[in-house]
Every structure is written in C-alpha cells, then in structure tokens.
Design a protein around this ligand. Sequence first.
Ligand SMILES: Nc1ncnc2c1ncn2[C@@H]1O[C@H](COP(=O)(O)OP(=O)(O)O)[C@@H](O)[C@H]1O
Ligand SMILES: [Mg+2]
Length: 229
Amino acid sequence: MPIIACNNICKSFPMGKERVDILKGISLSVEAGEFVAIIGESGSGKSTFLNVLSGIMPTDKGEMVIAGEHLEVMDENQLALFRRQYLGFIFQSYNLLTQLSALENVELPLIFAGVPKQKRREQAKRMLEKVGLADRMDHLPSELSGGQQQRVAIARALVNNPQVILADEPTGNLDSKTSIEILELLKQLNSEEGTTFVVVTHSHVVYDYADRLIEMKDGLLVTEGKTKE
Ligand SMILES: Nc1ncnc2c1ncn2[C@@H]1O[C@H](COP(=O)(O)OP(=O)(O)O)[C@@H](O)[C@H]1O
Ligand SMILES: [Mg+2]
C-alpha cells in the first residue's frame, strides 16, 4: 500500500467574480521511503498542492489518503492530531522561533507530543547531532547561518519520527553550495530513517537526489523522469 495516495484533487481560488482552477485533478501515489521531487514554475500551484496534501487547506474535491487515513473526511482537530503524528514540515523560511535556542526549537514537537523533559532533550540532541549541529545547540537562530537554520528546521521536522516529510522550497533562500549540502542531508535522512519525502522546488538541482521527478503543469502532475529504477 502506498504511504500517500491522492486521487483527483481539485482546488480553485476566487479571483474577482470568477474562480481560477489551480489544481485540476491531481493524482499521486508515493511509496513508503520514496524521495519525490515536484518541480514547476512559480505560481504553478506547488505550495497549494502541499497545503492541500497536508490538510492545512481544504480540498474542493478528491481523495487524500496518507498512511491509510482519509484526510478529506477529518475535522480540524483530527487533522491537527494527524499532522502531529504522521507529518513533518520544512519551509523555505525555516520558521524557527527566534527567542528559542536550536535545541529548544527542535524540542517543540516533542512538547506537543507530551514527551517528558529528559527524554525530549536527549531526542532533540541526537537529532541535532545527526544534522551536524552538535556544537550549535545553544545558539539562537540569529546566531546561525541560513544553512544552519535550515538544519535546525530539518531536525525539528524529523525529531518525532514522522512517516512523511513535506518540504516547500527547502533550499529557496540558500546559495547553491549550501543548497546541495541541504539536499544531501535530506537524502541521507531519507536513506537512514526510511522517511518518505515530498520536496517541492523550482530548482533542478534536486534532480540528482530524487527517486522520482514530477512536474506540475497546467494544474496537473506530469512524471518527468526517474533517477533510480
Ligand atoms: N489563498 C489563496 N487565494 C487566492 N489565490 C491563491 C491562494 N494561494 C495561492 N493562490 C494562487 O494560486 C496560484 C498558485 O500559487 P502557489 O501554489 O503558491 O504556487 P507555487 O508554490 O507553485 O509558486 C497563484 O496564482 C496564486 O496567486
Ligand atoms: Mg510556492
């Protein structure tokens, strides 16, 4: 059974008196452990698709099944709980809390999950070591480079061991050398932890790291290629 299965997802937005169709019937199946990249021009609907896929934005039509659970029938509370348990998010702008240290930022999802203090501290430390920030744990985001901040965000996304990571332009604010380092880290975590990744980007650099490359075009997904058979 695929970990993600969406069928005929449609989403439109009001524009003046009309509605504009952004997602026109998207179907996608992702196997557990896959690293899928979705590319497409700016404005093609990539972020909209990720928001709908994660249940942050309601779909107009279509079915969305993640880890066997139907998201399209859940209410707000069920969705929030589901996201907390199954999904991790990585954003272009890192979305770290500025007053908290790297370690405290990574601990956040574990606080929400009710993990006791000692245990969550250990888990967060282990995760920060994994992303190469063992010596930066007590730094505030403002004391870290863009690449390091994204590493903290990646550690936070992975710390409670979600089955699926959704990343929206994770290297969008980074220079090309740092982008490659971040993609290599994501790929490494994908292999080591078996976490499924869906990474949205307008950068073709991701081609080297993805098992499957999908293009968003005219509100639909078109498979562009596979780097791994
Ligand atoms: N909440 C919204 N309300 C109205 N239009 C939106 C909204 N979100 C996105 N759009 C429009 O949908 C289109 C796709 O946007 P988006 O999903 O952000 O594209 P991408 O992430 O590929 O750049 C754009 O034309 C954008 O203006
Ligand atoms: Mg976007």
